[in-house]
Design a binder for this molecule. Structure first.
Ligand SMILES: *Cc1c(COP(=O)(O)O)cnc(C)c1O
Length: 386
């Protein structure tokens, strides 16, 4: 199988597997237990926390482990909204956020909060003027993702962070797709809450973290024990947390393969554009992360193309895994203003650490084959030529 769906999830790093296996055998005690075995687990929990904190320039006390990016986003939005309710009820986000943000906002809007969704343009760039105009006295929270998971486009988190600095507004960023791909340094970035997830960086699924800047008012959304300094109840999932930390350690070792990923991504896009007339890269003119291409194929619907590629042992996806499961058209491409045909005929290719040049060449070959097949089929009754 040629796996080009790394934005949906990444395979586990072998070093992560071995760390996790070891921990599951040896460190099974509850980190909250007083006995020495429990304290051993506690030490491992805290050293894992330190690894993750260090990787983004945070203090260890500012990292709260969660069951993933989704829970961290829920905690950030619901937790901050509840804790700051007496300062206002207005929340600002963008139209291209992950469902874990958009659905949480929907829940909040049904519970007395007012949400403003900011537009993006054809290149996936946020309308900063609209955002500035939306800010009012009631605004308590802004949530803006760092990198979009469907297009790879960077959003202007830095610029917005400067805006919220002078005002008393909490700023959250979903950095799940940015982490490990672009530098994140919380000592310089004026972000109060930041979401991370392990399984997008070759770590285990079901593990994530929320960075909570010291002094940020936030309420817990789970009720139970006093774990994570009272910010997230429930016995810590130590094996996966240690796996998460190991995945972060491994990021450094792979920083050179990251550059080759950039070259591979560029090669892929160039070959596609040379090969297929009228093919376009969605969000092409925006700064994007390496290895993620959302591609418009004029000649075939995205879901058909996905199935055809799958028959040729190539795994890709249409937009986000969450929305493709329910066969909804991409809300991200729609928000970018593309017409229905373009939205339906787009596919996401996300390359990863293990992707080779051969795999890229094969993928382009297979796409050519699929294209030629539909052209031959349509030879008799003339079909619309794109
Ligand atoms: C994958 C993803 C999430 C969800 O993270 P999980 O750990 O799968 O819950 C949130 N935001 C973005 C941008 C993502 O890509």
């Amino acid at each position: 199988m040629i796996y080009l769906d790394h934005a949906a999830t990444t395979p586990l790093d072998p070093a992560v597997i071995s760390v996790m296996e070891n921990i599951h055998h040896t460190c099974y005690a509850n980190p909250s237990s007083i006995h020495s075995l429990g304290q051993q687990s506690k030490v491992l929990l805290e050293s894992s926390r330190k690894t993750i904190a260090n990787s983004i320039g945070a203090k260890t006390s500012e990292i709260v482990f969660t069951s993933g990016g989704t829970e961290a986003n829920n905690l950030a939005l619901i937790g901050a909204a509840k804790a700051n309710r007496n300062s206002g009820n207005h929340i600002i986000t963008s139209k291209v956020e992950h469902p874990a943000i958009l659905e949480t906002c929907k829940f909040l809007s049904e519970n007395g909060y007012r949400i403003t969704y900011i537009d993006v343009d054809l290149n996936g760039m946020l309308d900063l003027n609209q955002l500035h105009e939306a800010i009012c006295n009631e605004t308590i929270l802004i949530s803006l993702m760092m990198v979009n998971n469907e297009t790879g486009c960077l959003l202007p988190v830095n610029e917005v962070a400067e805006t919220t600095k002078e005002k008393d507004i909490i700023f959250h960023s979903d950095a799940v797709q940015a982490f490990g791909k672009i530098d994140i340094d919380m000592t310089h970035l004026n972000v109060d809450l930041l979401t991370l997830s392990a399984h997008k960086i070759y770590g285990p699924k079901g593990c994530g973290a929320l960075y909570i800047r010291q002094g940020t008012k936030i309420e817990s959304i789970l009720y139970g024990g006093a774990q994570e300094a009272g910010r997230r109840a429930g016995t810590e999932n130590l094996g996966t947390i240690a796996g998460f930390a190991e995945a972060v350690n491994q990021l450094k070792k792979h920083s050179t393969s990251f550059r080759s990923l950039q070259d591979l991504g560029r090669l892929f896009e160039k070959m596609l554009k040379d090969e297929f007339k009228n093919l376009e890269i969605n969000g092409e003119n925006t700064q994007r992360v390496a290895g993620l291409s959302n591609v418009y194929f004029p000649f075939m619907a995205g879901d058909s193309l996905l199935m055809n590629l799958d028959l040729h042992q190539i795994a890709v996806s249409t937009g986000s895994a969450c929305s493709s499961g329910s066969h909804k058209a991409s809300h991200v491409l729609k928000a970018m203003g593309y017409d229905e045909q373009r939205v339906n005929n787009s596919l996401r290719f996300s390359l990863g650490r293990g992707t080779t040049k051969d795999e890229i060449l094969t993928t382009v070959d297979v796409l050519k084959k699929i294209y030629n097949n539909i052209n031959n089929e349509s030879a008799a009754p003339p079909r619309k030529i794109y």
